[in-house]
Design a binder for this molecule. Structure first.
Ligand SMILES: [Zn+2]
Length: 319
């Protein structure tokens, strides 16, 4: 049997008090451990698709050219090499001698892609960068063997294997991730290496690939990779540190927030108990005690105010 609910402002306040106090504690925790929430917040922007396909340090002038739209009626029909010539005319209409699209035909033929491969494609309305990728995808039969990369004002078309040889080495201080204790560091380094080589362009790492390499030296990761993969690695390490900090924050904030919530429940519980008793109900469970004022038959609670001398033991029976 439940007490009829009396909606007083007080009851309303007490109902929401735990949440309000938990929210306040959370706000205080956010302020107090602000550095955990902000210090390692990732700031490196993800690569755009054009950066991913054509290289990260692409020159703005080249970027502008690659983004030009082809005329609505633009179609290519013929040999791969003729199609490349047609696209070169679109990219560099004035026929500048030093600029152009260069194709490493030798490497392509070694990879089994002939310059006389037949290409038929409607490329009208596409950006030149998308159109070129589409032509390359037709030429390599969808095997994704071909790619392009700008170098100064020249656009190189080559096998991705050859383009991936354009690597450089960077050193990353990961002591905060793998720890500073030499005894546990080797295992942590091996674990980090496994994560990196699984998440970032897995096929590019030695021994599967020929370009990517990662070694550790006393908590420093020495990474040889393409610019795109170096960028992805920076983003990966950023997120790793950020999630670690968020987990640490959650562990630290759990106690004050949980404690504030429990504390916030106390006034409401006391009020409910007081009201139930005033109505002749059990203060713990709300059972109607008018027939059994000495002891609650539902939960066994012995009301402290009801006839203390009669509650001598479990033998006291309701009349
Ligand atoms: Zn009870």
């Amino acid at each position: 049997m439940k007490a009829t609910k009396v909606r007083s402002p007080m009851a309303f306040l007490f109902r929401w008090l735990p949440l309000v106090m938990a929210a306040a504690a959370l706000a205080l925790a956010c302020g107090y451990w602000r550095n955990l929430l902000t210090a390692n917040r990732p700031v490196t922007p993800p690569l755009t698709s054009i950066e991913r396909n054509y290289g990260i340090d692409i020159d703005p002038a080249m970027l502008g050219k690659l983004r030009q739209l082809l005329p609505e009626t633009f179609e290519v029909h013929g040999k791969f090499s003729d199609v490349i010539d047609a696209m070169r005319d679109k990219l560099f209409p004035h026929g500048a001698k030093t600029a152009g699209i260069f194709v490493n035909w030798r490497a392509l033929e070694l990879a089994g892609i002939s310059r006389s491969t037949r290409i038929d494609a409607r490329l009208g309305g596409l950006q030149i960068q998308d159109a070129l990728l589409r032509v390359l995808a037709i030429a390599d039969g969808g095997t994704e063997k071909l790619g392009a990369a700008p170098e100064d004002d020249v656009l190189w078309v080559d096998t991705k294997d050859d383009l991936a040889k354009n690597v450089f080495t960077r050193v990353y201080d990961v002591r905060d991730i793998v720890g500073r204790d030499p005894k546990t560091r080797a295992a942590a380094e091996a674990d980090l290496k496994a994560q990196i080589t699984a998440k970032i362009d897995p096929a590019s790492w030695r021994p599967r690939g020929s370009a990517g390499d990662i070694r550790f030296l006393q908590g420093q990761a020495i990474v040889t990779q393409t610019a795109v993969n170096q960028h992805d690695l920076i983003m990966f390490l950023d997120r790793l540190r950020w999630y670690r900090d968020l987990r640490l924050f959650a562990r630290k904030a759990a106690w004050p927030v949980g404690g504030a919530f429990v504390l916030g429940m106390i006034p409401g519980a006391l009020l409910r108990r007081y009201r139930r008793k005033a109505q002749g109900l059990c203060g713990i469970c709300g059972y109607d005690l008018r027939a059994t004022p000495d002891r609650c038959p539902e939960c066994g609670d012995v009301p402290s105010t009801a006839g203390r001398e009669t509650t001598s033991g479990p033998m006291s029976q309701p009349r």
